[in-house]
Ligand binder design. Structure first.
Ligand code: URA
Length: 212
């Protein structure tokens, strides 16, 4: 039995290969960013797998035919700042018409509770399939808080995309938001005492933006 019914691990060989390249400590900032973009594109392919299609009439150079097109399901990608922005580019390559929202949260050093410092969402978020992106679903507390905020804003259909997660983070998400499916490249072993995913890939924001 799957211990985490709320997780879809994308086991495609290209995804696993690129994830291995990404994890290596010697990867340059430019290469890291390029790999994140490519992985995001592949994760986007998976998270949009069940979008509804409708048949429309088109003409090829040879004849008329009924062909499938996306049935007008509107998407909104929501990035959890700042590392989530690294995932957006690949996603927008595949779905350029999607709207984009941003959520900024920091952890209060005393209470450890996530506090919102920024929120900007499209007005019609309640009508869209919302795909929340953050490279690392670690403790799960920021992710769960961000999803709660989106629900307060009216979002009803939400999915979560990350590069890596751990059982602890999936558990927190499952308890807080059992309706939200998490798409990831790997469920790693565990969180360490500093909240880092092990074996992980280090600090995703620092590696994307070269800040350390
Ligand atoms: N955030 C990161 O960037 N890396 C981790 O391992 C955990 C949280």
């Amino acid at each position: 039995m799957n211990a985490f019914p709320n997780a879809t691990v994308v086991n495609h060989p290209l995804v696993q290969h690129k994830l291995t390249l990404l994890r290596r400590k010697e990867v340059s900032t430019a290469e890291f960013r390029r790999l994140v973009r490519e992985l995001s594109l592949l994760l986007c392919y998976e998270v949009t797998r069940d979008l509804p299609l409708e048949k429309v009439s088109i003409e090829t150079p040879l004849e008329e035919m009924q062909a499938p097109l996306l049935a007008g399901k509107k998407l909104c990608f929501v990035s959890i700042l700042r590392a989530g922005n690294g995932i957006l580019d690949g996603m927008l390559d595949l779905v350029p018409s999607a709207r984009v929202g941003h959520v900024g949260l920091y952890r209060d050093p005393e209470t450890l509770v996530p506090v919102e410092y920024y929120l900007k969402l499209p007005d019609d978020v309640r009508e869209r399939l919302v795909i929340v992106v953050d490279p690392m679903l670690a403790t799960g507390h920021s992710a769960a808080a961000a999803v709660a905020r989106l629900k307060e804003a009216g979002a009803t259909q939400i999915k979560f995309v990350c590069l890596l997660t751990v059982p602890e983070g999936l558990q927190v998400m499952q308890e807080a938001h059992p309706d939200v499916m998490v798409y990831t490249c790997s469920v790693d072993r565990q969180l360490d005492d500093h909240g880092y995913i092990r074996p992980g890939l280090g600090d995703a924001g620092d590696r994307i933006y070269g800040t350390k």
